[in-house]
Ligand binder design. Structure first.
Ligand code: ZN
Length: 82
């Protein structure tokens, strides 16, 4: 994937957590996207594996991009389909 700022090739990688990884419009007490209409779940929490989402890094611009339109973006989503 090319960086949308500088056009350089981005490095593929992963962001992982023991909790759900999500986007929310503000910080909230409970970190659970099911509870909020505006939230976007990027990786479902798995009790055993935690959560992990594919992420692209640009070291030039210090930006990280998560393409959550990609069905393989959420590592837990991918494995739950197996
Ligand atoms: Zn860049």
């Amino acid at each position: 994937m090319k960086c949308y700022c500088c056009g350089e090739e981005m490095e593929p990688g992963v962001i992982q957590s023991a909790q759900e990884i999500n986007w929310q419009s503000k910080k909230r007490l409970l970190n659970n996207s099911d509870l909020y209409d505006d939230a976007v779940c990027l990786s479902r929490r798995s009790f055993w594996k935690g959560s992990a989402v594919k992420a692209w890094l640009c070291r030039n611009c210090k930006k990280v991009v998560i393409d959550y339109a990609d069905p393989d973006s959420d590592f837990n989503q991918k494995h739950s389909a197996e």
